[in-house]
Design a binder for this molecule. Structure first.
Ligand code: CA
Length: 532
């Protein structure tokens, strides 16, 4: 008889496939579900592949995601492009580069209808010249520059209102090996509008002696004058110049930053808190700090600026540290500004509603979540390597903000209270995940813990990289067991923190949902899913 007691359909070690389920091996040697191609594309668009993961290096992760993106495009080109536009346009991702990369892949699809649809959507994804320059780099990795692409590039310049175009091309002239002049030389847009023509001429050949101030939109003249005049503040105020338009040496003077701050876009403002502090503009109890604090509390402004919550977290962490990169300058940290950034983080998410449900959070605290990986590199010269575990804590904070019944635990080989409360400041909550690792990864622990302790849970939220392998039962089996023992038909949300192609969420369980970590729509989506 003993022979037949070794096989169970209810409990399967994570290193084996659940009987008859369509599962694949993850990078840690466990078996999990495969994300469908569009879910995988969505996760890539939000998380990107920069920095790789604990298990997969950046190059291979990029390749995996590029292949998955190509498959989604091949399956349904229009659906893939619509998804790219949706994620990019709503500002759901911390960075726009994955969307630009994916759109470039779509613009090189085999299917001509997909190609032209992708190019039609170019201005929706590439909204400023810098985006367009990155698109040029990527698209040339996938196709030649034919007539269709040239027309789309020309239209990009021709269809932008001329005042806005002038502002954008003065602000973003060149980046990463491409310039507006390069793109114009390639695309040769034709226009009957003399002012637009002059803008093109200025881009390619520079300022012409015979021009008067009326030949071009005034921002171009203001930019040219700033190269020679001493007092740039008048030009900044009158023509709404941005810091990118000014000579570098002027950016150490407080009066210049003061003039810039007046109309500074939100993203620039939070990225330059350190610079404004170093030059002496931003100081305790000052006018500038009051203005910044007010603006960070303005929900409308934050929404309109498409500012991403993770960008706020990075700004907060950098500013609160009181010093710039490589010891370049220190500044007094103003508590009211840090508090305002804390509030702005929550305002930057899409509309949040409390679910009113009993929620148990499990944050994966295994070693693979602790490396400083995402988003990798630098934002505005400041390091922003947020580990998946830190990102997970930030997402949990966003989800519990409006909730009354929640419990946030960390897990790996065991399940432990992280002591997170909705009243805690964000940087403090994030810091709780920085150093500790709880051992081998077992994503079934939240459900098992609830079963063993007879907790009443309406929704499990498991935040993980899906590299689970150590448990004697799969997470989906532990969830079934919880439902059966508790009599509660609990739902489950998996927040994936790395752009792997895996999920522990059973795709055939309609009460389970997989979402991408760092997606600004996550609390709203979870609220909608769990609140019903
Ligand atoms: Ca792990």
């Amino acid at each position: 008889m003993r022979t037949y007691t070794t096989f169970s359909t209810l409990r399967t070690p994570q290193t084996e496939v659940i009987p008859l389920e369509d599962q694949v091996e993850n990078n840690a040697g466990g078996f999990v579900y495969k994300l469908d191609d569009f879910k995988a594309l969505e996760r890539f668009l939000v998380l990107g592949s920069e920095g790789g993961t604990y298990y997969v290096d950046e190059r291979n992760l990029t390749k995996e995601n590029a292949l998955r993106t190509m498959r989604a495009i091949q399956l349904d080109g229009k659906r893939a492009v619509d998804l790219i536009v949706a994620v990019s346009d709503a500002g759901r991702a911390p960075k726009n580069d994955p969307a630009i990369f994916a759109l470039a892949l779509a613009a090189a699809a085999k299917d001509p209808a997909t190609r032209s649809y992708a190019l039609l959507m170019l201005p929706r994804v590439c909204r400023i010249p810098t985006h367009l320059f990155h698109f040029m780099t990527y698209v040339k990795q996938f196709r030649g520059v034919g007539r269709g692409l040239k027309r789309a590039l020309g239209d990009w310049y021709n269809e932008m209102p001329v005042e806005k175009l002038a502002y954008e091309v003065v602000k973003y002239q060149s980046r990463d090996g491409w310039s507006n002049a390069d793109v114009l030389r390639l695309s040769h847009p034709k226009t009957a509008d003399p002012i637009r023509n002059a803008v093109y001429k200025w881009i390619v050949d520079g300022w012409q002696l015979e021009w008067t101030p009326d030949t071009l939109p005034p921002v171009v003249g203001a930019f040219e004058r700033c190269k020679i005049v001493k007092d740039v503040t008048r030009e900044i105020k009158e023509f709404n110049l941005s810091r990118e338009m000014l000579p570098t040496e002027s950016l150490t003077r407080p009066e210049v930053w003061e003039a810039l701050l007046d109309k500074m876009p939100m993203t620039a403002m939070i990225r330059n808190l350190g610079n404004m502090s170093k030059c002496g503009l931003l100081k305790p109890l000052g006018d500038a700090s009051r203005l910044i604090v007010d603006r960070l509390h303005d929900a409308e402004v934050i929404k309109k600026a498409r500012i991403h919550p993770i960008a706020v977290l990075i700004a907060m962490r950098t500013y609160a540290s009181g010093k710039g990169m490589k010891g370049k300058g220190e500044w007094p940290v103003i508590p009211a500004v840090v508090d305002a950034l804390d509030d702005a983080f929550y305002l930057a998410f899409e509309q949040m509603e409390p679910t009113g449900k009993r929620l148990l959070f499990g944050i994966d605290m295994s070693g693979s979540m602790l490396g400083s990986r995402y988003p990798g590199g630098y934002i505005s010269d400041l390091p922003c390597g947020i580990s998946p575990a830190e990102g997970a804590a930030a997402m949990a904070m966003a989800c519990i903000k409006l909730e009354k019944e929640y419990y946030v635990m960390g897990f790996a080989a065991e399940f432990r209270d992280l002591g997170l409360t909705s009243k805690m400041r964000l940087d403090e909550a994030v810091a709780r995940t920085q150093t500790r690792t709880f051992g081998r990864t077992d994503c079934s622990l939240p459900m098992q813990y609830a079963t063993q302790n007879k907790l009443e849970v309406d929704g499990f939220i498991v935040i993980t990289d899906n590299e689970t392998y150590a448990g004697s039962v799969h997470p989906s089996q532990a969830l079934k067991q919880y439902r059966q023992k508790s009599g509660i038909d609990a739902k489950e949300v998996i927040i994936g923190m790395t752009s792997t192609l895996f999920s522990i969420a059973d795709p055939n369980d309609p009460r389970t949902l997989d979402v991408a970590g760092f997606d600004a729509s996550v609390p709203a989506v979870i609220g909608e899913f769990l609140g019903k």
